[in-house]
Design a protein around this ligand. Sequence first.
Ligand code: TYD
Length: 214
Amino acid sequence: MSPSPVRSNVPGLLIVVEGIDGAGKSTQARRLAARLQKQGHEVVADREPTDGPWGRKLRESAVSGRMSLDDELQAFLEDRREHVRDVIGPALARGAVVLLDRYYFSTMAYQGVRGADTDAIRRDNEAFAPRPDLVLLVDFDPRIALQRIEHSRGDVPNTFERLDQLQAIRKIFLATAAGDATFRIIDGGDSPDEVAAAMEREVDGLLQRINSTK
Ligand code: TYD
């Protein structure tokens, strides 16, 4: 376990929601953003891949045919670089709560499964991307995730979303969480209300810790 992370000296807060496809993380991230807003925080809620040019290219490639691993890694890195420069960095500097649906832990997990070195991915990202104050890993059984994706969303599972891959992706997420004190594992198998409540408890805990050190 790494030591308790030192808070960066920017005034804002960076909270990340991670997890495999179909874990319900996007809905939960939106719900959490609305709650924080209600509490009076300036909230910047966003997702990766972004809706910028690199992110659009990546989303298209998930459907139309995957890029090579090197190209894909490069595209996620460029997408994130722009995101940090244009959105995340400025928001943190003015004291906002930035809530991200996926961040570089997804690159470690998803591109790691394709064979990339997860430690190198982490290093390359942390060279420019601010470290989160809290990572909420919505952990979920990939078999149920796939059923959800197929039946409730009506999607044809894309190439990112096959069972064996999701199992391997989950494993990397859990291994990353085990060695990082900023992670909290949320049981995505609970009801949506219970998942929301668990996430809220973790965020409240973070806000309390920060207020008590002010
Ligand atoms: P996702 O959040 O599932 O988008 P959508 O809501 O449009 O389905 O993200 C799209 C896919 O991108 C998802 O399968 C995970 C993958 N991904 C990576 O492979 N590496 C990354 O660094 C990120 C951020 C996402």
